[in-house]
Design a protein around this ligand. Structure first.
Ligand SMILES: Cc1ncc(COP(=O)(O)O)c(C=O)c1O
Length: 375
């Protein structure tokens, strides 16, 4: 059997182990320490725009803290992009709030600004003002932020940007994750860079980041004994993980370049395949890290599932696009606004192996397997 080709696997650089060793040598084996502080500074420098960053245990934790800080509580409504990973929406439920799902548009596959406006108008007509909007930069492709921020401003609703998949992506030259009231990043094992598990909360308001760190470390008041006036969480990043993160930040640009190169390669080799199209940057305003290369398959005889199974038989991992949240049993009964674009994308879409550590041999195996089908 050929060796396994993964969709997106961790890709360490030269420095990560040194940083981790330093954590061991100095005995900073705790959810605080110099690497945590250094990693936060590295991310802040990379994102620019004067943002502040709190390094956390996961992107999901970052979303949860963003919702808490926006005052989302039991019974509140929160608008969320339907086409995403469930972690975008789960924290709404943690707060006892109600997700309202909005469809995708076909250029970026992210939140449709028109459907967003329809959703908000309809919620207002029912006497409900959504507490927040969670927009996602799926697969690294920036959402239509200008239009979304215009709608959000029109109705005075704060935006949380789920940039879990989009570190290194920009929209109009500005880093994904820096547009909303809050942004979140993920450093899970499958992301463009990883800390094994981890995430970050991003905000322009330093006080909000300070408060996030306070909540993430069990909300301990300033007293010599353990004194608590708020419910706290154990959401801080470990200094060992942050050491990995510091090394990974040093190779982020390389990783983005390689993923973009892989995307370009697939484009070129599949150009002749009938019915295969790609998620592509709609204009020069969009710069995607192409965390995953994604295709749509619209062919009379070959489905995306045929391709996935053919790859699986060759020990190659591929995955359907995210199944929209409004179709998920766990979110049954939640409101949905849109024209079904995300359902169509889910029906026809496939994520191809895209890791920056794929060799040219690996890529050839993927391509041969797909081109050998009866197109
Ligand atoms: C779009 C999206 N949002 C949120 C998350 C959650 O991040 P984490 O796994 O770090 O909790 C992920 C990835 O895992 C994701 O892909």
């Amino acid at each position: 059997m050929n060796s396994k080709i993964w969709l997106s696997s961790p890709h360490m650089g030269d420095k990560e182990f040194e940083y981790v060793k330093e954590a061991f040598d100095t005995n900073w084996i705790a959810p605080l320490g110099p690497h945590v502080n250094g990693f936060e500074k590295d991310i802040e420098a990379r994102l620019g725009e004067g943002v502040y960053v709190a390094a956390l245990s996961s992107g999901t934790a970052a979303l949860h803290l963003a919702l808490i800080q926006l005052g989302v509580r039991y019974g509140d409504e929160v608008i969320c992009q339907s086409m995403t990973f469930s972690a975008s929406a789960n924290p709404i439920k943690y707060q006892g709030a109600i997700p309202v799902f909005v469809d995708s548009e076909s250029d970026t596959w992210n939140m449709d600004p028109d459907a967003l406006r329809d959703a908000i108008r309809d919620r207002f007509s029912k006497g409900k003002k959504p507490k927040a909007i969670i927009v996602v930069h799926l697969y690294g492709m920036p959402a239509k932020m200008d239009e979304i921020l215009t709608v959000a401003k029109e109705f005075d609703i704060p935006v949380i940007e789920d940039a879990a998949e989009a570190l290194g992506s920009t929209y109009k030259g500005r880093a994904a994750g820096t547009f909303g009231e809050f942004g979140i990043l993920s450093f899970n094992g499958n992301k463009i860079i990883t800390t094994s598990g981890g995430g970050a909360l991003v905000a322009k308001d330093e006080e909000k980041i300070r408060y996030a760190r306070f909540l993430a470390t069990q909300a301990r008041d300033n007293a010599p004994h353990y004194q608590h006036s708020h419910v706290g969480y154990n959401y801080r990043m470990s200094n060992v993980c942050a050491g990995i993160g510091r090394g990974q930040m040093g190779v982020l640009t390389e990783r983005v370049n390689r993923r973009r190169e892989i995307n370009q390669y697939y484009h070129e080799v599949f150009r002749a395949l009938p019915g295969v199209t790609f998620l592509s940057e709609p204009s020069a305003d969009y710069y995607s890290n192409f965390w995953l290369t994604t295709i749509l398959v619209d062919h009379p005889e070959i489905t995306r599932e045929d391709i996935r199974l053919a790859l699986e038989a060759e020990n190659i991992e591929a995955r359907p696009l995210w199944k929209p949240m409004h179709l998920q049993p766990v979110f049954e009964g939640c409101s949905f606004y849109g024209d079904g674009t995300s359902e169509k994308l889910f029906d026809k879409g496939l994520c191809l192996p895209s890791g920056s550590n794929l060799t040219s041999c690996d890529l050839e195996r993927v391509v041969d397997c797909i081109t050998n089908l009866s197109w």
